[in-house]
Ligand binder design. Structure first.
Ligand code: CDP
Length: 247
């Protein structure tokens, strides 16, 4: 089959030139939108994702509100021009709904929702360009957008995808590696609590591999976190913009 023929590792290196643990170049910019309460743009390799946060605000329709905490809505969408694949009709497809759902779970475990009862927090993640790992990139950007909106969280969350190609574990898969590799595992973690907040699995992996994948994931997340923190520093200390205050 075509899948077996293509080589992803040649002479002990990934064909994209990266070492096994190397992440693609990563840049995060916080506060890129004026109308949103918080926003961030992430450029990660060839991925470009814009995340925006609106809220906390009154719940609509009202009967959905929770007297104990804020409800979190997450929308992930891919622009029709964002990828190389056919997207068919516009609107959310099954994959986009799934990613919105897993992102919602991540933020329900990260945001201090009990501080904002009877409100909703809307998080939009718009993929403008994609090249593998967009869910991890989108959630990483959304976390910065939440911080930009001044919404308190247990931790600034982030992650990276880990995979196996030709028997070798690699970090931060591009689309080619994601599609042709043997396994891929997107991870989102909280470094503070050492918790895994998102774990999905495509392909078979052994228990030992999973352990190693978590180690690589936490290591990669530290690099991602540095970039997120730098983006927030830049936003507040260098531009002098006011912090949105929902307290
Ligand atoms: O992006 P992520 O790795 O989180 O999700 P995926 O479903 O594993 O998709 C891998 C990659 O395939 C995406 O990053 C896109 O580059 C591409 N893709 C696409 O172009 N169009 C789609 N409808 C789905 C995926």
């Amino acid at each position: 089959m075509e899948k077996e023929k293509k080589k992803l590792i040649v002479d002990g290196k990934r064909v994209n030139g990266r070492g096994f643990d190397d992440l693609r170049p990563l840049k995060v910019t916080a506060g890129v939108l004026k109308r949103a309460d918080g926003s961030a743009m992430i450029e990660w390799g060839r991925n470009k994702v814009l995340a925006a946060v609106y809220g906390p605000r009154e719940v609509f329709p009202k009967h959905l509100s929770d007297v104990k905490k804020a409800i979190i809505n997450c929308r992930y969408s891919m622009a029709p021009f964002s990828g190389m694949e056919e997207h068919g009709r516009s609107g959310p497809n099954r994959r986009a709904i799934e990613i919105g759902k897993v992102a919602k779970h991540v933020f329900e475990n990260a945001v201090l929702t009990h501080q904002f009862p009877k409100t909703q927090i809307d998080i939009s993640m718009e993929v403008l360009q994609s090249d593998g790992g967009t869910r991890v990139a989108a959630i990483t950007a959304a976390s910065v957008a939440l911080a930009d909106a001044g919404i308190p969280m247990r931790d600034l969350v982030q992650g990276v995808s880990i995979g196996r190609v030709e028997g070798q574990l690699i970090v931060d898969l591009d689309k080619y590696e994601d599609n042709l590799g043997e396994a891929d595992v997107p991870l989102i973690v909280s470094l503070r609590s050492k918790e895994v907040l998102l774990f999905q699995q495509d392909g078979r992996i052994s228990r030992e591999e999973l352990q190693k994948m978590f180690e690589l994931g936490f290591k990669g997340a530290e690099l991602v976190r540095d970039v997120q923190v730098q983006a927030l520093r830049q936003r507040y200390f260098e531009t002098g913009d006011e912090l949105n205050n929902h307290g």
